[in-house]
Write a new protein. Structure first.
Length: 138
């Protein structure tokens, strides 16, 4: 299969496939006499796997290690489970940080709304008074 067909089949761009190939996530494709890349079913499966794992939030270096495990005949589940647990903990921490940020933004908005009731209104955010900085900014 040529790269355009593979791209449509998987839902990736041609550039993404070339990027994965340049970064050794996908083996270099064989070339036709005319220089076109030729991909097989195993390449399509690998690209689908890369897309699925990337959709779970894994970085290219992490995907590379998954591909290494995937190539192992034993395909041990324990290391994959550990990486999934680590990713879940990371996502939970990010969610907690976002909730803190949301709380701080709500406080800042309340402060602005209170000040807007006064004449003339002076922005408390610009003055830097009565507004705490979010924990992540400290």
């Amino acid at each position: 299969m040529q790269i355009g067909i593979v791209a449509k089949k998987i839902g990736l761009s041609v550039d993404a496939i070339r990027f994965y190939e340049r970064n050794a996530l996908l083996p270099r494709a064989a070339r036709t006499g005319g220089g076109f890349r030729q991909y097989g079913e195993s390449d399509v499966e690998t690209l689908a796997f890369i897309r699925r794992v990337q959709g779970l939030g894994f970085k290219l270096s992490e995907i590379r290690s998954f591909l290494s495990l995937r190539g192992n005949r034993l395909q041990p589940c324990a290391p994959v489970r550990r990486r999934l647990e680590e990713k879940l903990a990371d996502v939970q921490q990010k969610l907690a940080n976002l909730q803190k940020l949301e709380h701080e933004l709500r406080l800042a908005l309340r402060s602005c709304n209170r000040e807007l009731r006064n004449q003339p209104a002076r922005c408390p955010i610009l003055r830097g008074k009565n507004v705490r900085r979010p924990e992540s900014a400290k």
